[in-house]
Design a protein around this ligand. Structure first.
Ligand code: BEZ
Length: 399
């Protein structure tokens, strides 16, 4: 068992609730209705936006991509959101809620931002849900896929430009059942995202008649040597593996999977985070043939993606990733919402976010659904050699 169990909030945060929000706001000198007015500044003047992404820990590279995506949007729009000069205050989410929650609270209570964008880790997002709901300030989640945020714990103040963990896994189940004549082993980082991703995959795979050979959850942020887990996979006799890892853990898992000799025997599948961006570059040849589901690939053959990809690569000197696209789209959401709610009070802005309509994204046009998540297409991707490097080629759309 890792630091956090599925959907759990650390005890310190579970106890916090309303009291913690009230204390934080009182210390910052904000009370009651005045809170609704803070963060937005003078209508037409500059607007402060908090960017909360991991700058340290196992997900730091994802945070870098998000920062670059958000900044590219600003560069392309004269540094403005909703016609107002955007002042971006960046804070480090770190590896989880212990660092991410206080960093977000500081953005709202001390820096007085109008909205916060970012959050990679599901446990951090779950730990932040009540704070944003109670302080009536919008949080635009640009990655963390915690299922509950689109279900039982949905909030008027939480909107997500990324995905729900279960959906990304669920999209892949029937495709794997079609391709694999045998059983699948599940392995994942031991926290909300790993549990939900494998849970979504299991649901649709079993519904299609598939059988699970076994499962294992590895301590999140601490596992570097996967050999004992790879032995267990081989001993299970599985014909394929579904793995949830991202960032540094994905690099180690895929490289060791190849070194251990499993890549040639047991087809590896996962959500696209397993082979995304810098992770894929570090895995190199070891990742060839890995198949994943995701709502973005650099290889999507659309004029919008080509234009975005060229601009991003020219500026950042590496190809974009799903993380940069999600942050880029978050800026687009805020741009439209701030134009519609010039005062930028929390409640007005949250309402305006719900009304932004279609977002013209590099992933394809999408809109928020009733669950505050994007309604979007998932693709089956396969790691291939291409364009002088290694890419996530698009095989087909998933149902
Ligand atoms: C999550 O915690 O929800 C997550 C983290 C990295 C990649 C995908 C999902």
């Amino acid at each position: 068992m890792g630091a956090l169990s599925a959907n759990s909030r650390p005890p310190r945060l579970r106890r916090a609730g309303i009291g913690l929000v009230a204390v934080a706001l009182a210390l910052a000198g904000c009370g009651g209705s005045s809170l609704d007015q803070s963060g937005g500044g003078e209508s037409g003047g500059p607007v402060k936006i908090g960017l909360l992404v991991p700058l340290s820990g196992v997900y730091a590279p994802l945070g870098e991509d998000m920062r670059a995506g958000f900044q590219l949007y600003l560069d392309q729009h004269g540094g403005k959101l909703g016609g107002r000069q955007a002042e971006v205050v960046t804070a480090d989410e770190g590896e989880g809620p212990q660092t991410g929650v206080p960093a977000a609270q500081k953005l709202v209570t001390q820096d007085q931002v109008a909205a916060v964008v970012g959050v990679v880790n599901s446990a951090t997002a779950l730990g932040l849900r009540d704070f944003f709901d109670e302080s009536k300030r919008p949080l635009v989640v640009a990655n963390a896929g915690a299922n509950e945020l689109a279900g039982a714990r949905r909030s008027d103040y939480l909107w997500r430009t990324s995905f729900t963990n279960g959906d990304v896994g669920e999209a892949l189940g029937p495709a794997v059942k079609d391709d694999v004549d045998g059983e699948v082993y599940l392995i994942a980082a031991d926290y909300a995202a790993g549990k939900e991703s494998t849970g979504g995959f299991r649901k649709s795979f079993e519904a299609a008649g598939g059988k699970i050979a076994g499962s294992e959850f590895t301590p999140f942020g601490k596992t570097q040597d996967f050999q004992p887990y790879l032995s267990a996979i081989r001993d299970s006799g599985a014909d394929a593996v579904y793995a949830f890892y991202a960032g540094a853990e994905a690099v180690n898992f895929v490289k060791q999977y190849k070194e251990f000799g499993l890549a040639d025997e047991v087809q590896l599948y996962g959500p696209g985070f397993l082979t995304e961006g810098g992770v894929l570059a570090a895995q190199g040849q070891a990742a060839l043939g890995v198949q994943t589901s995701l709502h973005y690939s650099t290889e999507l053959d659309s004029p919008r993606n080509k234009e975005f990809s060229a601009a991003y690569t020219a500026k950042v000197k590496k190809p974009p990733t799903v993380y940069s696209v999600q942050a880029y789209d978050s800026a687009a959401v805020l741009d439209k919402a701030l134009a519609a709610a010039p005062g930028a009070s929390g409640p007005e802005l949250a309402k305006a976010i719900g009304g932004v309509g279609a977002i013209d994204s590099p992933r394809g046009s999408w809109s928020f659904g009733a669950d505050h998540d994007p309604e979007q297409t998932y693709y089956l991707r396969e790691v291939r050699s291409g364009g002088g490097g290694i890419v996530n080629g698009v095989v087909r759309e998933l149902d």
